[in-house]
Ligand binder design. Structure first.
Ligand code: BGC
Length: 458
């Protein structure tokens, strides 16, 4: 970027986390277990046998963590609430200690001038609800609205930006189709049902919010542009399928009131006839959409089940530690696609970041402070913020950026093996050390993005 960018007034700079990935103490103070507690304690499900039992111990260190956010200059913090801390059985009895935890966190954020963005569901369904069929049960829409309503009543006003679901695609693709995430099912028949009920739950929670809340509510999706591996007709068709499956499966019903036609082709006899009335529930007016962006995929036709698509690795591409290609232009492309397809809805980038191998924390700077040098992450962030700026220039209404993640944390079934944080966490001592990327991002925030035009610090 040669000229200093001018981000819109009010553009919010923040960072994101999720309850199960950082909190630890999952059963403390009357909380019930979630599907992630169960999954992590099922042998063979988690890399290295890791669990979320301690994680970043944020449940006990939250005050220090907010202090750290303030020191970094964050203007916003996106976090999620653990449903089974609020309702240990998923419905019915409210656990006041659970509500208090998040209430104190929100107060502390506000006292430090940090705007909370609260996600109701970031994958940790109460285990008691899984016993009743989880997202395969149509009642899940009512369960979710009941849970949301408890939080809307307790926190609306102090929280002004709400998110229903984080990444319904990952919940079903990982949890119900391929089984790599909780609850670990592998069924082409279950996946569409779970997806559909998640969207009904989203709609039911938004409806409940309109009765109780007075501020903003939206949905967070992960989207990943698909580019064809060749100009063959087969690869073009594979791109259509992959794009419909990942990028349109949730946005279409939420914003347009129907599914893309390709889903029938993908799921075949596993794709049900949905009751038309469901779409009235699913399609609610949203105040914003949150987009999580990490990578693109170059797609080809393949025999793989059930999508018949494959991903082609780029020989000259740069890849992160999770094997994802660094491709910032994909973010601009998809933001433009979003605007063309769904119109002028405000957008937040609710996650973006990268896992890279970080060197040990041993080196110290001139002041004696420990340093973690992570130039690849800085480069990744800088390029993606540039891509967002390009989309803003092209007229997309982007209101803020939440870096994933505030700190290293439990990368789901990959355990602690992948570090996405701008703050390093020593899991032995729980010591937090801001990496160079955190110092760099602080400066981006302090200059409202103008420093993106500065040379990189390496
Ligand atoms: C999720 C995060 C996750 C991140 C990196 C997103 O899919 O919302 O919970 O840690 O990607 O994989």
């Amino acid at each position: 970027m040669s000229h200093a960018p001018v981000f819109p007034d009010g553009f919010l700079w923040g960072a994101a986390t999720a309850a199960h990935q950082i909190e630890g103490s999952p059963l403390a103070d009357g909380a019930g277990p979630s599907i992630w507690t169960r999954f992590a304690h099922t042998p063979g499900m988690m890399l290295n046998g890791d669990t979320g039992d301690v994680a970043c111990d944020h449940y006990r260190r939250w005050k220090d963590d907010v202090k750290l956010m303030r020191e970094l200059g964050l203007q916003a913090y996106r976090f999620s609430v653990s449903w089974s801390r609020i309702l240990p059985d998923g419905t019915g009895r409210v656990n006041p200690a659970g509500v208090d935890f998040y209430s104190r966190l929100v107060d502390e954020l506000l006292a430090n001038g940090i705007e909370p963005l609260l996600t109701l569901y970031h994958w940790d369904l109460p285990a008691a609800l899984d016993d009743r069929g989880g997202w395969l049960n149509r009642d899940s829409a009512d369960w979710f609205a009941e849970y949301g309503s408890v939080l809307f009543r307790a926190l609306d006003g102090r929280v002004k930006k709400w998110v229903t679901l984080n990444e319904p695609w990952v919940i079903t693709d990982g949890g119900y189709l391929h089984g790599a995430l909780a609850p670990g099912h592998r069924s082409r028949y279950e996946a569409p049902i779970a997806s559909h009920n998640l969207m009904r739950a989203h709609g039911a929670a938004v409806k409940a919010y309109r009765d109780i809340g007075k501020h903003e509510i939206g949905l967070v999706v992960n989207i990943e542009p698909k580019y064809p591996a060749s100009d063959s007709a087969e690869d073009a068709a594979a791109v259509r399928r992959a794009h419909a499956y990942m990028n349109e499966q949730y946005l279409h019903p939420a914003l347009l009131g129907h599914y893309p036609a390709e889903l029938q082709e993908i799921f075949g006899d596993a794709w049900p006839d949905w009751p038309a009335a469901d779409f009235d529930l699913i399609r609610q007016k949203l105040d914003f959409v949150g987009i999580n962006y990490y990578t693109r995929s170059v797609t080809r036709a393949a025999e793989s089940y059930p999508l018949n698509t494959g991903v082609v690795r780029q020989p000259l591409g740069t890849y992160t530690e999770t094997g994802w290609e660094v491709f910032p232009k994909g973010l601009t492309d998809l933001l433009l696609w979003f605007k063309q397809t769904y119109g002028d809805l405000p957008v937040y980038i609710t996650e973006n970041g990268a896992a890279f191998f970080d060197p040990p924390t041993a080196s110290v700077d001139e002041t004696g402070a420990r340093r973690v040098r992570d130039p690849l992450r800085i480069d990744y962030l800088r390029q993606h913020l540039g891509a967002i700026y390009d989309a803003i220039q092209a007229g997309v209404d982007i209101r803020g950026y939440m870096l994933w993640s505030l700190m290293d944390n439990l990368e789901w079934s990959l355990g602690y093996s992948k570090r996405f944080g701008m703050v390093h966490v020593n899991y032995g001592t729980q010591e937090r050390t801001p990496k160079d990327s955190a110092r760099w991002y602080s400066n981006v925030i302090a200059t409202h993005g103008r420093s993106l035009a500065d040379p990189l610090p390496y």
